[in-house]
Design a protein around this ligand. Sequence first.
Ligand code: FES
Length: 109
Amino acid sequence: MSETSSPAGTRLELCAIDDVAPGSALKVEAGDLTLAVFNVDGTFYVTDDQCTHGPGSLSEGFLDDCVIECDFHQGQFDVRTGEPVLAPCTVPVRTYPVTLENEKVYITV
Ligand code: FES
């Protein structure tokens, strides 16, 4: 894992692209963050792993297209925006800008 800083923010290396199969998610710890990396048909999205509703881990949920269902109470979020799309989730989950480079997934924080 690597970390570089610039005026635009700190770039964190999360994983290899191949670590996350299409339609799946991976939990990654980077810096002091615990994140969920989603591969939606080759497009990558990253959110906080912790569900905003409770103790659920979004990387352990069920990904259907761009919607992740938390496996704790079955609330749902759009991984593109972090917006809740199904109760009981009402608070958006944080999302991060993703870049892909050299077969790796990075975010800027
Ligand atoms: S903890 Fe995720 S829906 Fe309740």
